[in-house]
Design a protein around this ligand. Sequence first.
Ligand code: NAP
Ligand code: G4F
Length: 340
Amino acid sequence: MKKKIALIFGVTGQDGYYLTKLLLKKNYIVHGVKRRSSSVPTKRIDIFLNQRNFKLHYGDITDFSSIQSLIKKVKPKEIYNLAAQSHVGVSFYTPLYTANVNAIGVLAILEAIKNSNNKIKFYQAGTSEMFGKVREKKQNEKTNFNPQSPYGAAKVFAHQITKNYRDAYNMFASNGILFNHESPIRGENFVTKKIISSLTKIKYGMQKNLVLGNLYAKRDWGHAKDYVEAIYKIVQKKKADDYVISTGRDYTIKEFVNKTAKILKMKLKWKGKGLHETAVDENNKIIISIDKKYFRPLEVDYLRGNSYKAKKELGWKTNLSIDDIIKEMVDFELRIINKL
Ligand code: NAP
Ligand code: G4F
């Protein structure tokens, strides 16, 4: 049987790694797109570089010509767009750039598909950040969007334009609305990775302290490995549609810190309030403090998803709990510093 061909924008990122692994296991030929960078950006996917069914190309979703020629050359059956400036906090410092990549870049891919072969199946990496400031206890596909950042606003455009191309040009163009998902290869400046990597080093005297921002935002955290399974299932459907992917459970950043400390067998005591809140270790030494530079001009206080539709229509469910995720991430850090 002829192998299916997939093209992944954003292949060098966290989800790019897990999706590539999944598609190669399913016998796909996977073409990934990397950007030119002054240092090697392929750290996460080096493991695939010598595999016959994996090929890497230069490209950028803000460069229409590169998207067009890649589609012509690779002739994919499925295109997964995972590419984005994916940091919400950073999007306040680079709003135009973020909009150009996260919104216009998506439109560029859709245009290139429409102009070359509108039978290609397209997946757009949407986010719970599109919900932003919410009233509902749990957010689902019917919840209104109310983004609170340039990142979230640009993703709303991407979501909407993906739907518009689906309806206007009869294209298979689906949106995932994924809640936060983590893994050992999560980017260093997302809060989960930052907490786990710092506390592990603090425990072994390799770092003095950890400085955080808002401890009281709540997030619904899943594992990237489970979430790329959902992405794959979304694209295998006969009809394009939009799906919320989440665990349905939420925790504060502070609860995440406490869970990590427990797994590391560290004793933490919280003191003070607001910007003066700290956590001390058993010797009364401050190891966690707060700095307002990590607060955002606007915050998304609460996210918790309802994935009933994905469960019913895709047969998808989350397998790994928050404790499984933290344990795996802690063990990964311990191996790096030779303590496991
Ligand atoms: P990530 O680790 O930051 O990966 C982002 C990827 O996009 C990287 O490969 C990056 O390349 C690439 N990229 C950035 N700008 C690009 C451009 N102009 N052209 C081509 N590629 C570009 O993010 P992730 O966590 O894997 O997330 C994947 C996608 O899901 C993103 O769109 C993100 O917004 C969305 N999402 C993520 C989560 C989550 O919790 N992880 C939740 C909801 C939605 P470099 O390696 O060169 O930087
Ligand atoms: O880990 P975060 O940066 O993730 P955030 O903003 O929720 O965005 C992630 O999930 C989205 C899905 O909902 C994705 F679309 C997006 O691409 C990304 O993957 O921050 C989580 C929370 C925020 O409330 C933030 O204010 O943690 C709070 N926080 C507190 N201290 C911090 C820090 N965030 C970061 N990055 N660094 C801190 O020191």
